[in-house]
Design a protein around this ligand. Sequence first.
Ligand SMILES: [Ca+2]
Length: 366
Amino acid sequence: MQKVNHHAAEAVTSTISQKSGGASGIPECMPPIRRRTFKVIIDCDPGIDDALALMLAAASPELEILGITIVSGNVPARMGAGNARKVLKQLNRLDIPIYIGEEKPLKVKYVDASDTHGRDGLGESFLPEVPGDFPQKHAVEFLEEMLEKEKLSIIALGPMTNLARLFQKRPDLIGRVERLVSMGGSFKSHGNCSPVAEYNYWCDPDAAAVCFEKFAEAGRKIEMVGLDVTRKIVLTPDILSYMKRLDPETGEFIRKITGFYLDFHWEYEKIIGCVINDPLAVAYFIDGTLCSGFDCFTVVETEGICRGQTVADAMNFWKKEPNSHILTETDTKAFMYFFLSRVLCRKGGGKWRREELSWLENLSRG
Ligand SMILES: [Ca+2]
């Protein structure tokens, strides 16, 4: 099946087709519509839900992905880089460079999440390795060089070790970060690896703490897509089944990498389906209406039983300038339309339109 290669760079200069009767259906008299594209680096630890997030990002013409930087998290950085490459191969996007970054948290002992993501980090799908070397350049060095060159945004989907190293060394570069959207933390929802902590911030609490501190010092805000919103995004067997009917190749790929994850969720949370955290951060980056929240000052606890907890001063006790935008609500159905209409391909090319995915309505009647 021919995959549509949405190279975001093409979208920078492209205008939407204006021909009367063309695919867009926009009459010729309409002025050209220019779609803004955002230069981004995706910092991640693939990871099943990272893989889904990369699929969504690569299928989104609004994003020009300058590179993918890898950090140890769900799996060790080197394995995560291999997994990122497996996903890019599936997407025909091996042109996106992948840089390996920090192998260990700043201070604490590294604990992976292979219990959730499987021994290979992709749900024990054991997809074949994609041969080739990775660039020698360290992820932090790549981030530094790119930010020196131009303003860009960062979508952080793993522990924030690479970013903490970068901002410790070069706090001045925070001014060059247009947006930092971080999947991590939690406001009121319970944790997913301790009663109060989400895995990314728990895995390297010192790194998360550094990032929030440095952003506070710079008078900037981290957009925190935490468990309050991501926990609501559940990929169910019904949705997987529909995906396979609409796009057998993509559906089968996603089924293969999520099977183990589904079993984990049944065993530990008695959910039929799996929570997919990371794609929501990508979707929210592109379409801010998918989530809503509030600004406040946030600190990350680094020690003791509250390690990795995000203490968000929602009531402004500390009278400090906000260093975070905490997302607390999300439209789950709008997200699913957004995700599927981008990730699924039609036979012969093209994407499914939102109105053609109305079967999602049937699922909610179930
Ligand atoms: Ca992740």
